[in-house]
Design a binder for this molecule. Structure first.
Ligand SMILES: C[S@@+](CC[C@H](N)C(=O)[O-])C[C@H]1O[C@@H](n2cnc3c(N)ncnc32)[C@H](O)[C@@H]1O
Length: 277
């Protein structure tokens, strides 16, 4: 399987002209990997892919979902969550309400981690959570809050790193058990129903749309998303996030992502977060 440079451009153009999703400013390297995987999955050539994209809307929708990388986990990067617990949320707790946007929330584990952290800090009542993603399949999973037990049990350690290490009064696994119904036999864990109602989930495309919620945010989480975008698109997003943060609002990105160039002057970096200047 191979994709020439001109086929690569044609795939992106075909998607854009038939459904408006614009992958021109995604990183070419990661896009090429996704396209090659799609050819393998469907056992088709690049020219067949281009043809099918232009005649089958359903297929096009499926391909768009396959392009996005949805890997996520509960309390991913515990040191970042510890920074939120120790430094960011105590500062925001002084506010009357705390508006939080999870942009690129995938199947919701990041959102429920935030809800659990807020609950543990007694901040649930004043927090409003908004969570968006381009991929509607992961959003549907996020709304359900049902995950595989065995897979997520591997991340139990993350809960303990954020909470237990700092508090000898909490038992290992206690936080996890407190917020999930666990059914080992069916390999399912389900977030408690009262927590499901907390976030507003919505489809949103970071490439083409501004903040859809009409509020400014005290905290924007956009983690492990811009890593798939090129330099130019990353810059556009830094400006968009800056504009939609409240004064001194906080932006958190993935631990391997950072603000670059002229955009650095818009924020002050501290530990794992950026504060709007
Ligand atoms: C690797 S996941 C990160 C999930 C979570 N934030 C975390 O760090 O664990 C990246 C998410 O970004 C979403 N995404 C990619 N392009 C997007 C776009 N243009 N607009 C909104 N979401 C996008 C993907 O669908 C995917 O769910």
């Amino acid at each position: 399987m191979d994709i020439s440079d001109s086929e690569f451009v044609k795939i992106i153009d075909t998607i854009r002209s038939f459904c408006g999703y614009d992958f021109r400013d995604y990183s070419n390297k990661s896009l090429m990997r996704r396209f090659l995987k799609i050819l393998l999955d469907y056992r088709i050539t690049a020219s067949e892919l281009i043809h099918n994209l232009s005649v089958e809307p359903q297929f096009l929708e499926e391909v768009v979902k396959k392009i996005t990388v949805n890997t996520t986990e509960m309390f991913r990067d515990p040191l970042m969550w510890t920074d939120l617990r120790k430094n960011v949320l105590p500062q925001l707790s002084q506010k009357h309400t705390i508006n939080i946007w999870h942009s690129g929330c995938s199947s919701g584990q990041e959102v429920y981690s935030m809800i659990i952290l807020l609950a543990e800090m007694g901040l649930s009542d004043k927090a409003n959570l908004y969570a968006t993603d381009l991929n509607t399949d992961v959003l549907e999973a996020a709304k359900k809050g049902v995950y595989k037990y065995r897979f997520n049990a591997g991340y139990l350690d993350n809960f303990d790193k954020v909470f237990v290490n700092n508090n000898p009064l909490i038992d290992k696994g206690e936080i996890y058990r407190k917020y999930f119904d666990i059914d080992v036999a069916t390999d399912r864990i389900k977030i408690h129903p009262n927590l499901l109602e907390k976030p507003v989930f919505a489809k949103h495309d970071l490439v083409n749309e501004d903040n859809p919620f009409g509020v400014r945010f005290d905290l924007i989480m956009c983690r492990n998303v811009i890593i798939y975008f090129n330099y130019h698109l990353q810059g556009r997003l830094f400006t968009m996030f800056h504009r939609n943060l409240t004064d001194s609002g906080i932006l958190v990105m993935g631990v391997h992502e950072s603000i670059h160039g002229e955009f650095l002057s818009l924020f002050e970096k501290s530990n794992y977060h950026y504060q709007k200047k």
